[in-house]
Design a protein around this ligand. Structure first.
Ligand code: BGC
Length: 724
């Protein structure tokens, strides 16, 4: 073993810098320089945790540790070295950004870039090297407790939105950790459930967003807790070796979810690089096992020494980890970051407002009229800190503007009264909250407040309690909890000038919608959630968000749920994705089951008209790009944005295909009266389906339709093209 000689350190004797820090040398060369210096023990140490959220460096060579942090909506408060308690720092209050469902609802990749850049700056300032996010598990059912952390039901939308997020984070020399790879579509039995899914659905629905993140250059991925093909996903030969590292040629490091490793041999052979959180369930449980007992620790070392495990496999892992280090901690040029800034809060506000979806607005009840003199605000979410709870994405924000505070600021001259209306109990993620108020009294007080108001704003939805939008367990029912449906109905009877604002990361049953003139889907908006909501309610910002997932009318209308227990949540051991590729709007369209609010849908305060659309090629080849162009006009009276969506349909195919699939979209902001021609470009190759007999994508020759619209159901034009 070489000591620290001039060979290791730089050419210039004055700057005592190791040569591998020389960013002008190729990355792979620098990886090899370090690799050569490491002992077997030092290499093995790199492959597993040394604390809850760190892995070791190489102290002998001055190579720093790697520090990890949740993710994905802000940099989590500091956790103790060796247990799950918060460290009670006073310097770690972050900017909370909107939940990823909200980001997806913006349909705006430029905002995803800003989001990634800003959260990456926060992570960098907090000296975090790996940010545990974004999450791109597909929205399969409305019951999944973690849907709020993901980017919706459509693989194309999630792909377009994840790539700039990843790149924005990594501009800071902080690695994005794309999670949870793969098929972690529910929390129930997440630690062991064996997911059975067709190869086609895996590739068409569940993998594209991960593929996009890999192509965007994500430096790390996090394996999922569940099993696929008989192996846990954190050491899964098909998902990691064959697909991620093989077919996709990804050069990053695969990190376990916390406690996601289960076996040394599989971890060694099946592509795991960094083992974290073993003997914990990721959130609550602990064990006295030390880090040397990790699967990739002493057992691994022993097997390497006695020849059971090839050193080549260790070296592959270490090369990936060194690459990660050279991209992060060993990059002397990385920026310094910034933390809890006004600029970050304003980025969050802009994204939160751009993601808000106006579901219904009869009688022009919104935006709030200047005639309104008294507003009754009802509902717990008008005052609740919705960054608390939810599991690992819980945040301690430096600022948390609630809807009620924001209304009071925006309307100082208006009388604003508040009634809680219902009580869900304290925020906790391992137990359901215990309400401490009398429900009948809260209900009555709310109706009382609503009686003589000019406008009633009900701000409800879900929260981050156990069995709501929360990690580790799924929701129990589709309906709004804590008596909200009845309260909404009674409020509507009491005062018809009612606006219902849903704050949630999931669809909920809206069977009360006919009685309510205006409904807003407001998501979890982060530090400036209240301000952003009031920006939209007041009309200061015109709503422009579109739903990133369908809202079924009733739970059974969801594809996965409709097949019963084995499909969701499984029989305790396994589950079968029986709806196959027909997820979300693919299911609603194909089965002709209308959703209450379809994918891609969202209203505006202004109106748009789409002019005549054209496609540049009536006949095309597999390698071509197609461009659909059309003029879009803002025919209303305020500035606003429309999201033009292009879906592709193959009416006659040799396999079953969804009625339509999103292949391109573009959000365009227009002044009143303004017309702009929108051009949407996309590859003909994206029309392919995954052919299980070929184990590959297959583009069939024949006729295709290009369906152009403003939601998955509001199709306004259909063009034809023929693939030769
Ligand atoms: C979650 C991950 C998270 C990790 C670390 C796990 O329970 O599934 O998403 O990043 O804990 O907190």
């Amino acid at each position: 073993m070489l000591a620290l000689t001039c060979q290791v350190y730089a050419q210039s004797p004055l700057s005592c810098q190791p040569e591998w820090l020389d960013g002008d040398k190729p990355l792979e060369q620098r990886v090899e320089m370090i690799l050569q210096q490491l002992s077997l023990e030092e290499k093995v140490a790199l492959c597993h945790a040394q604390g809850k959220f760190s892995t070791p460096g190489v102290p002998r060579l001055g190579i720093p540790e790697l520090w990890y942090s949740d993710g994905p909506h802000g940099v989590r408060a500091e956790i103790n070295w060796n247990n799950w308690n918060y460290a009670n720092w006073t310097s770690d209050s972050c900017t909370a950004f909107p939940a990823l469902t909200c980001l997806a609802a913006t349909f705006d990749p430029a905002l995803a870039r800003q989001y990634g850049r800003a959260i990456g700056e926060e992570a960098r300032y907090r000296k975090k090297d790996v940010l545990l996010g974004p999450g791109v598990n597909i929205y399969r059912t409305p019951l999944n407790g973690r849907n709020f952390e993901y980017m919706g039901e459509d693989p194309y939308l999630a792909s377009v939105m994840v790539a700039p997020y990843v790149q924005g984070v990594q501009e800071n020399g902080v690695a994005a950790c794309v999670k949870h790879y793969a098929l972690n579509n529910q929390e129930t039995n997440r630690g062991h459930i064996l997911v059975e899914v067709s190869e086609r659905a895996l590739h068409e629905i569940y993998l594209p967003a991960f593929h996009a993140a890999a192509q965007a250059g994500a430096w790390t991925f996090m394996g999922a807790y569940n099993q696929y093909n008989g192996q846990h996903c954190c050491h899964n030969s098909v998902l990691i070796n064959d697909i991620l590292k093989g077919r996709w040629g990804w050069d990053g490091a695969l990190v376990t979810d916390w406690g996601g490793a289960h076996d040394t041999r599989q971890a060694v052979f099946n592509g795991l690089d960094i083992e974290m959180g073993t003997y914990t369930n990721g959130l609550t449980s602990e064990s006295s096992f030390g880090y040397n007992n990790y699967y990739l620790a002493d057992n691994f070392l022993k097997g390497l020494k006695d020849g059971s495990y090839p050193v080549d496999l260790l070296n592959d892992k270490v090369r990936r980890i060194l690459r990660l280090m050279l991209r992060t901690t060993l990059n002397p040029r990385r920026p310094l970051g910034s933390f809890a800034t006004e600029a970050h809060a304003q980025t969050g506000r802009e994204i939160a407002a751009a993601g808000i979806v106006l579901l219904k607005n009869d009688k022009g009840i919104l935006p709030i009229s200047s005639q309104v003199r008294k507003i009754a605000v009802v509902g717990e979410n008008a005052t609740r800190n919705l960054m608390q709870g939810g599991g690992s994405s819980e945040l301690k924000p430096w600022r948390c503007i609630t809807p009620l505070q924001a209304l009071q600021r925006r309307y100082p001259e208006v009388e604003i009264v508040y009634a809680r209306g219902y009580d869900s109990g304290k925020a906790m993620y391992s137990q359901e909250g215990t309400p401490s108020h009398d429900p009948a009294q809260l209900h009555e007080e709310a109706l009382q407040a609503a009686r003589d108001a000019d406008l009633v704003l009900f701000v409800g939805g879900l929260n981050k309690n156990h069995r709501q939008d929360c990690e580790a367990s799924d929701r129990k029912s589709y309906a709004l909890p804590f008596g909200q449906p009845q309260l909404i109905r009674d409020l509507a009877r009491t005062n018809p000038r009612l606006v219902v604002v849903l704050l949630s990361g999931n669809a909920v049953e809206t069977d009360w919608a006919a009685q309510v003139p205006a409904i807003v889907q407001g998501w979890y908006g982060g530090s400036e959630a209240g301000t952003a909501l009031v920006d939209v309610l007041s009309g200061d910002v015109c709503p422009s968000g579109k739903l990133p997932f369908s809202f079924p009318k009733k739970l059974e209308d969801n594809g996965a749920i409709s097949f019963g227990e084995l499909s969701y949540p499984g029989d305790g051991k396994r589950q079968v994705y029986m709806e196959d590729i027909y997820v979300g709007y693919r299911w609603h369209d194909t089965r002709r089951i209308p959703a209450a609010w379809p994918f891609g849908y969202g209203l505006s305060y202004t109106k748009f008209s789409l002019g005549k659309a054209s496609v540049d090629k009536k006949v095309c080849q597999a390698g071509d790009m197609l461009t659909v162009s059309l003029p879009v006009t803002n025919t209303g009276s305020c500035r606003g944005a429309e999201v033009v969506q292009v879906y592709v349909s193959q009416p006659k195919a040799s396999v079953g295909r969804p009625v339509k699939e999103l292949k391109a979209f573009q959000k365009v902001w227009l002044e009143p009266g303004e017309t702009r021609t929108v051009s949407l470009e996309f590859p003909v190759a994206s029309f392919a389906f995954y052919d299980e007999s070929l184990h590959d994508w297959h583009l069939e020759a024949g006729d295709y339709q290009l369906l152009i619209g403003t939601s998955s159901t509001a199709i306004q034009a259909s063009l034809k093209t023929k693939v030769q």
